[in-house]
Design a protein around this ligand. Sequence first.
Ligand code: SF4
Length: 349
Amino acid sequence: MNEISGALLAWYDRHARALPWRGISDPYRTWVSEIMLQQTRVDTVIPYYERFLSRFPTPADLAAAGEEEVLKLWQGLGYYSRARNLLLGVRQVMEEKGGVIPSDPKELEKITGIGAYTAGAIASIAYGVRVPAVDGNVIRVLSRLYGIRSDASAPDTRRRILSLADDLVPAERPGDHNQAVMDLGATVCVPGTPDCRACPLASFCNARSLGDAADLPFLPGAKPPKQQPFTVLLVLSGGRVLARKRTENMLNGLWCFPMLPGFLSETELKEKIPDELHPESVILKKEREARHVFTHRVWQMQIWTCRVPSDVPTPRGYQFLDPGQIRDVPWPAAMYAALDCLQACSMKA
Ligand code: SF4
């Protein structure tokens, strides 16, 4: 075993976080946990993981579920394509592999929703295969450790980091090694200023000795998220509210209230409201503002209520939801402020 991995594993043995998906050799559980952990904090994932596994304890249970139920259990975790792809991937394993999740990383990568990182994590953690699992955390740690100062998003740099990551994985305990790098990236070698004094790799680290760890990985092309203003309409009609199930790639299968681009005035809103709602008879009120930050965009929202007569026809593509349906359908976190408004309105009504 190389010195770096030895130091990492010794640190991991003392500092590993006790997490519900650790200490088990179940590729399905590793798969679910790794998908949930992408772009999401460990503390956030734990209750979702436990609920999900208690409802779908085996791949067969998940494969038999409907998409809407899976999205509902995922509600609030974000990045919903992960849930849809997990469902498709598990169904694929049931149909093509007789329910057995492969151990070969190349076979794993053929499954929907499993990329190189997740394949490496499942193979190494659940099956003890000597293969790296390289995600953003690992790229950060290795860029600093080896002093990689070229554009970390460039294919050449990626290849170099992958090769260094591969060299580093020991034959014994490859899964623990990968989890140790992930833990180090999440708790010590964090974005911004890392806690080098607590780091087991400090004596090997190039960026620490040169003092530029906070600048690595080098990502010159990173763009600030795009700001997108919207007017969100809570169209209230006799105890029901208008919403639609999204068909766009983003937030596909989740429910949203009507959203009109831009911040609109009352007059502009009346002009843009669907004709079925009889714009001349609606009562509009601006309720509040909210924002939701996605990875590459920010939704800035002005939330309005719009009361319409209870006999108006339903505009095309939309549905009027009653309180039970509002509770049951999956909503993205971006709609939580509007849902809060809706609750406040129904309490006043
Ligand atoms: Fe990261 Fe500092 Fe450790 Fe280097 S010494 S790997 S920069 S925490």
